[in-house]
Design a protein around this ligand. Sequence first.
Ligand code: HEC
Length: 156
Amino acid sequence: MKLTTSAALSALALSFTALPAFAGDIDAGENAFQSQCQNCHNVTNEDGDVLAGRPNVRTGPNLYGVIGREPGAVDGFRYGASLVEVGESGVVWDEEEMVAYLLDPTSYLREALDDRRARSQMSFRVRDEDTARDIIAFLAQFGAVEEDEEATEEES
Ligand code: HEC
């Protein structure tokens, strides 16, 4: 009778098991990050060490640990309301969500919120999916949350 719950849980476990593998090429991702992203973003850890990009770049939020966390969650960064709303809806940045976002932030937000007036404050798009995956593989090295273990232990 409660079959739906356990089916959903095992589907969840499966999808988390598949999560740690990233399709992209880290070195290509580093080059693409340098040429396309670091004008607006850097990657800075909790100790303030800049791991990618340049210091004092604050147009876009710090991307440290971005994979595995919800959108719009860097303390003190003034996000647009739409991205914050997507984060509050329970979405987490994984490879597929972020590919869609990078290829077209505005369309991504409009689809996620089912709201044609949703707006992005990131006025930049990655031109092709492979490059997006490379950049994601590069970013995943920095502070990625290992959710697979926690999520699968959850059953009672
Ligand atoms: C022109 C500046 C600019 C460029 C270039 C840019 N971004 Fe952004 N990015 C932003 C801004 C501003 C936001 C916040 C968007 C909002 O609040 O709607 C953002 C948000 C993001 C987010 C969501 C972060 C979070 O905390 O939820 C990701 C992921 C992201 N950018 C990745 C990238 C990547 C990868 C590149 C390079 C391919 C890139 N951005 C290029 C300005 C930029």
